[in-house]
Design a protein around this ligand. Structure first.
Ligand code: MLZ
Length: 306
């Protein structure tokens, strides 16, 4: 990296923009995790690979093409029993009945697996009381991660520590996502109007027909108070170097640069690759890491293509 930064006359994205922890997970351990595709679902998963501070998880009973990679300190992985303890619905392993599923019975009949010990999780259930000023059902205006040009009418529908689950009023749960209370993706009611931006109404409303006062009255919930929002602008600048997960092959982390910057997302260029492979990442993405992260955490780093 040192030489490369010199050759490129580039600056490394400062380490304080990222977090660093350890990884104590082992292959064969069982856990519960939020499905990154449909983020209101909690799934039963097993660790199938450990690499540096990243772990590869498999939906139990499903093909490996659905596997996901997460960081070992992910706030979206939990010890077995978390859902039961906190009154959430767990999707059990394939062909198991959600009503009668029990992890201990599962391990007894599947001795190749074992239950991951609670201490290895960054998100211990004890630390998961609400650390934000949000309340469930609070209304707000939120960027749709999948259609990032849209700012939409939204509701907080779940909370874990300092992250909240955002749901878009009138839309299917496929757009739901978890984000930090300090995220640049969420704004208080009225933000669009104040900032001359178009607010995307709940599905079913046509253009001007939506108004917040009426929507709040009809739903009976409050607008999240402005103190809930505490967004600190990100400090990424075009040209900064970093290490980023390749979205086309999640097992790889590549040498990369920031090629464009917006308020809540940055465009990542994979060094040496054509810019048609550049990808936008939300600034809170857990797939962006500082220079030398791979080396420090024992993960292979794919160097720039020469
Ligand atoms: N083109 C898509 C946009 C959906 C946006 C949803 N936002 C919460 C559609 O109309 O289906």
């Amino acid at each position: 990296w040192e030489k490369y930064l010199e050759v490129c006359h580039a600056q490394a994205a400062p380490e304080r923009l990222f977090r660093l922890v350890s990884n104590a997970f082992e292959v064969g351990w069982l856990l519960e995790a939020i499905d990154p595709i449909n983020q209101s679902l909690f799934c039963s998963m097993s660790v199938v690979c450990v690499r540096g501070h990243r772990i590869r998880l498999q939906y139990i009973g499903y093909k490996d093409c659905y596997d996901i990679w997460v960081n070992s300190d992910s706030p979206f992985i939990f010890p077995c029993g978390f859902c039961k303890r906190t009154g959430r619905q767990l999707l059990p392993p394939k062909e198991h009945d959600p009503k009668s599923f029990d992890w201990n019975n599962y391990v007894e009949s599947n001795p190749n697996f074992s239950i991951a010990p609670e201490e290895v999780f960054a998100s211990m259930p004890t630390s998961l009381s609400n650390l934000t000023k949000f309340e469930i059902k609070d209304k707000l205006e939120a960027i749709d991660r999948q259609n990032s040009e849209l700012i939409c009418v939204a509701t907080v529908i779940d909370m874990l520590g300092d992250v909240v689950l955002i749901h878009f009023d009138g839309w299917d749960s496929e757009y739901d996502y978890w984000t930090h209370a300090t995220s640049a993706l969420i704004h208080p009611v009225g933000w669009c109007e104040e900032n001359g931006r178009l607010l995307s109404p709940p599905q079913g409303y046509v253009g001007e027909n939506f108004n917040w006062e009426q929507h709040l009255n009809e739903t009976g919930f409050r607008a999240a108070p402005t103190q809930c929002f505490d967004c600190v602008p990100h400090e990424f600048v075009t040209g900064m170097k970093l290490e980023a997960v390749d979205p086309r092959n999640q097992s790889l982390v590549r040498v990369a640069s920031v090629s464009e910057v917006e308020e809540h997302r940055i465009k990542i260029h994979f060094d040496g690759w054509d810019s048609i492979y550049d990808e936008w990442f939300d600034v809170d993405s857990s797939d962006l890491h500082p220079v030398n992260w791979c080396q420090k955490t024992g993960h292979p780093l794919e160097p720039q293509l020469t």
